[in-house]
Design a protein around this ligand. Structure first.
Ligand SMILES: [Zn+2]
Length: 293
């Protein structure tokens, strides 16, 4: 008797130890966008095809993956971004909350939810079935990000629905909110850094424990080939495209110089790696056993 065919399989949780902290990435889901990539907007289709071919990926469709991170410092369990929630569950993403169990956590274990920014794939999971999804958690957000979305000024018109969502599920949580500026700590060992551009107040989070360090870069670069490889190209998802490019180069340069361990929300799951310089751009190097030694 032959074992039945069962289709592709991917375990949705991954954990490594950083100093005395534990860092878990969880696959909220993937969505096959089925269109040519919304990256390299200022480049020709032919150029996009060349870049895709070099990386052995298709140029006419793209799998976007969504990867929130949990950091357990021993004193606090901090969740960075909440995935898509029910908004995109029919499309294949929005499973963070049920997959927390695969990593050994329950939603009520989360002490702090820290947002890199408030685009739908980062805040969608914060509210489920008409209630706050992480009932014991404080919500932490960049002050500039909050102010920009609250006022609505300079929010691009295509983000109008996104703004409604922000007002409904984030701005309404007033008693849970704490605001951060560049350099402020989320909890000891976790520091917010300004990385504006992808959204007007986008933040990154630097994690430090003993001699180890990692950077949760959110959406500073949001595709491991098109965006990391061609960081100077405009990206449809970036709300302030020029500022996003400036930030992307600054962060990539520093990550190369410091050999920083990166945790990237849209990098291929488990979404941890390094960057190195390559040609005019950079190359994503997935982390392997060096994070386990
Ligand atoms: Zn995103």
């Amino acid at each position: 008797m032959t074992a039945p065919l069962q289709g592709a399989l991917r375990y949705p949780a991954h954990r490594f130890v950083l100093g005395t902290f534990e860092v878990t990435t969880i696959l909220d889901g993937t969505i096959n966008m089925g269109v040519s990539p919304p990256f390299m907007l200022d480049e020709s289709e032919d150029e996009i095809a060349v870049v895709a071919k070099e990386a052995l990926i298709p140029s006419d469709q793209l799998e976007n993956n969504f990867v929130p991170t949990l950091v357990n410092t021993g004193d606090a369990l901090v969740l960075f971004d909440t995935g898509c929630g029910h908004y995109r569950r029919d499309k294949g993403a929005g499973f963070l909350r049920e997959r927390l169990g695969d990593a050994g956590y329950a939603p009520e274990d989360v002490d702090v939810v820290a947002f890199t920014h408030v685009h739908p794939d980062h805040i969608g999971g914060v509210y489920e079935d008409g209630a706050f999804a992480f009932r014991n958690a404080e919500l932490v957000i960049g002050r500039q990000e909050y102010t920009a979305w609250k006022s609505g000024e300079r929010i691009p018109p295509q983000r109008a629905e996104n703004r409604e969502m922000f007002l409904e599920i984030i701005a309404s949580q007033e008693d849970r909110l704490r605001f951060l500026d560049d350099g402020d700590d989320v909890v000891p060992g976790v520091t917010a850094e300004a990385a504006f551009g992808h959204s007007l107040g986008h933040m990154m989070y630097r994690i430090r424990s003993e001699d180890s360090e990692a950077l949760i870069w959110g959406d500073v670069a949001n595709h491991y080939v098109f965006s990391v490889g061609r960081p100077r190209s405009k990206v449809a998802f970036d709300d302030d495209k020029d500022m996003a490019i400036e930030t992307r180069i600054r962060v990539l340069e520093s990550a190369v110089a410091e050999s920083t361990l990166i945790i990237g929300f849209h990098m291929p799951f488990p979404s941890i790696g390094y960057v190195e310089r390559e040609g005019e751009g950079y190359r994503w190097l997935p982390a392997t056993y060096q994070v386990r030694l």
